[in-house]
Design a protein around this ligand. Structure first.
Ligand SMILES: [Ca+2]
Ligand SMILES: [Ca+2]
Ligand SMILES: [Ca+2]
Length: 489
């Protein structure tokens, strides 16, 4: 009696242990999740496969150390490594498969009898939205071929018509498979599987087998959709002569699963939207012109025609050829420009007219000022602009040095896409030598005189004028007396 109790207890413990082991060994559906980013560029079906081509998605690598159960077929991994790349768009699921560690080329495809046992192959089973229960997932068999269209079979493929659930769909699934190489990647295949009719199918089960029918045609490829995935991989180890000792591995939830989707699809593909394309970045200056580029503070109308900063003066100094200053109205106080904080003379001004509005360049002036109010014209355009090319101005009048320059137009509306100023510090006048105190220095300019007039007047007698003083005065005026400055983007 005692022994019988002990035996019973031992038996109970053994049963519990087996149960625990079985549970712990069983993966749950969707346990191994992979977020699969979409792509805005369809993959190229050429046998050249990279993460970059597949939207940066790392491959699902199956090499016997992960997601793997022995399944119910013969074989186990003998050094093979299968890498599955996925990406998608609204039309297709894109799949790339690379195979390494296969020492026996066998790329015969379905010719010669038993379709997938006639060569090296993989199978992919899909359970879209995990809707399928108690029937096969939607399985596509992929037979590796040599440098041509990959062989594809809807294996246990679905139709509401009995007898049509299995068919060759090679002609319907664009793809390519590369010939065997003994080194590195032995062979690979790429496919573009249309969602409609090949994954979002109507039928699903073999009705003749008593399997339930599913209509998945309402599904849409979109971010968040989960697709259960099952993989089987077959290495035809001794040529296309059947599976006598060849290896076949699969990724069921646990060993020996029945052919039911919920027991097979422990891997989950979660569709993720394609990343937003990065906004283009621009650097100013953008023309690529050489020379002494002048960097200053943007001044002028902070907002433009539509009352937004997007059309304000900064748009002419942002390096973006498509953005443009669009003044509130023509001429007058409407202009865009730059304050350099010191007197500079111009070597070059580079102008990109507004796209498709080159005519509005006509009459535009480049003006200089030291107070932001009194302006002297150094250049005036006669004729159209040159967008998409930059217009380069190298000849100026009155180029005596100003701390501010502007683009202005009294003739046409003053739109302009880009302006770049190039130049150097205005030459400093010789200061009166201290060793010659008797020499009478030129009197300081009267405080009430407009600086630029002073500057022009003194330019005629450069030996006696202190340009650096004028520049400093101009800088103070520009900082304290001008409110329309705007920070450069
Ligand atoms: Ca490719
Ligand atoms: Ca092989
Ligand atoms: Ca611009």
């Amino acid at each position: 009696m005692k022994n019988a109790r002990k035996l019973l207890l031992a038996l109970l413990i053994a049963i519990v242990m087996v149960f625990v082991c079985a549970v712990s060994a069983m993966a749950t559906p969707g346990e191994f999740n992979f977020d699969i980013a979409g792509t805005s560029v369809p993959t190229t079906l050429d046998g050249v496969i990279s993460e970059g081509e597949y939207a940066g998605n790392a491959p699902i690598v199956v090499d016997g150390s992960n997601y793997y159960s022995d399944g119910s077929w013969v074989g186990s991994f003998k050094g093979e490594k299968y890498s599955f790349y996925f990406t998608w768009d609204a039309d297709n699921l894109y799949v790339g498969v690379t195979v390494e560690g296969d020492t026996t080329p066998s790329q015969n495809g379905p010719e010669g009898g038993d379709w997938f046992r006639a060569g090296d192959m993989v199978q992919m089973g899909f359970n879209p939205d995990y809707q399928l229960q108690d029937c096969h997932p939607i399985i596509l068999g992929v037979g590796f071929t040599a440098d041509k269209q990959v062989q594809v079979r809807g294996d246990a493929f679905r139709s509401t018509v009995d007898g049509e659930q299995t068919k060759d769909i090679t002609a319907e699934i664009p793809g390519y498979s590369k010939a065997y190489s003994a080194d590195g990647i032995n062979y690979c295949a790429e496919l573009a599987i249309p969602w409609v009719d090949y994954i979002f199918v109507n039928g699903v089960g073999r009705s003749s087998d008593g399997a339930p029918l599913y209509d998945l045609t309402d599904l849409k490829a979109a971010g968040g959709l989960e697709i259960g995935l099952w993989l089987a991989m077959g290495n035809d180890a001794d040529g296309p002569d059947g599976w006598d000792g060849d290896t076949c591995m699969r990724t069921d939830n646990s060993n020996g699963q029945a052919w039911v989707a919920q027991g097979m699809t422990s891997i989950c593909l979660t569709l993720a939207n394609a990343p937003e394309p990065a906004a283009p970045t621009y650097t100013y200056p953008a023309s690529g012109e050489s020379g002494n580029f002048l960097s200053g503070t943007v001044i002028g109308n902070a907002t433009g025609w539509d009352g937004t900063e997007g059309s304000g003066t900064a748009a002419a100094f942002d390096g973006n050829p498509t953005s443009y200053f669009d003044p509130p109205s023509k001429g007058g106080d409407n202009w865009c420009g730059m304050d350099f904080g010191k007197a500079v003379v111009l070597e070059k001004v580079v102008i990109l007219s507004r796209e498709n509005w080159n005519a509005r360049f006509n009459g535009a002036t480049i003006d200089g000022s030291n107070d932001g109010e009194n302006w002297t014209t150094l250049f005036q355009a006669s004729g159209e602009g040159t967008n998409p090319d930059y217009y380069v101005i190298t000849e100026f009048e009155n180029n005596t040095g100003y701390s501010m320059y502007r683009y202005h137009n009294e003739v046409e509306h003053g739109d302009v896409a880009e302006i770049e100023f190039y130049g150097t510090d205005a030459p400093a006048a010789e200061a009166p030598a201290e060793a010659e105190p008797e020499t009478q220095a030129e009197p300081e300019p009267p405080a009430s005189s407009p600086v630029d007039e002073e500057l022009e007047a003194k330019a005629e007698a450069p030996n006696t004028f202190d340009f650096s003083v004028a520049a400093a005065v101009a800088a103070v005026i520009s900082l304290g007396g001008f409110a329309l400055t705007k920070k450069k983007h």
